[in-house]
Design a binder for this molecule. Sequence first.
Ligand code: GAR
Length: 203
Amino acid sequence: KTPVAILLSGRGSNATALIEAARDPAFPARICLVLSNNPDAPGLDMARRAGLPAQAIDHRSFGKNREAHERAIDAALQAAGAEAVCLAGYMRLLTPYLTTAWAGRMLNIHPSLLPSFPGLHTHERALDAGVRLHGCTVHLVTEGMDEGPILGQAAVPVLPDDTADMLAARVLEQEHRLYPLALRHFLTQNPATAANGAALVVA
Ligand code: GAR
C-alpha cells in the first residue's frame, strides 16, 4: 500500500471517507498521517479516534512566513514517509514551495465541476449562475489555485428549489464517493494511458 497523508483544516468528512476506504485491504493506499494547520480542526480528533497519527502545524506560529509553515509541513510529510498527499478541505493557499515539492503527487478535492467556480462559495455561485449540473472535482495540485489536471469528476443535478446548503449536501455525498475512487484510480493507473486523459466519471 502507498503511504498517503491527508491535509485538512476543518470538519474532515472527506478525510473520513478516505480513511474508511483505506481500511479495505484491497485499497492501494494506507493513511500514514493526518495533518492540519488548525489545532482545533474536528478532523484531527476524528483521525485520532481512528487510531491514526494526527498532528497540527499551526500557521499562526509562523506569522506571515508562508514558506516556513510549508517547510514544517513538508518535513512532517517526509518524516511520516508519505508518498502522496490528499488535500481534504485544506483551506490555505499553497505557495510554489509545496506545490513544487509534491508536483504530481498531491491531490485536491474541490466542490465544483472545474474549471467552473474555482475558489470559495461554489454552491452559491452555481445557483446564481443558473447551472443545471454541479458537482465536485479531484485534481492534481499545481501552482494555480484549483487549476491542475483533472483526475475525476462527479455531477449532481441542481433542483428548482435548491438552497446552497441543500446543493452542498448533495455534492458532499458525491465527494465522499469520488475521492476514494479517484485516489485508487490515481495510484493504480498506468502512467502510459493516464496521459490520454483517462479521468474518472462518477455519474
Ligand atoms: C469540502 O466540500 C471540500 O470539497 C471543500 O471543503 C469542504 C471540506 O469538508 N474544499 C474546498 O473548498 C477547497 N477549496 P470536509 O472537511 O468535511 O472534508
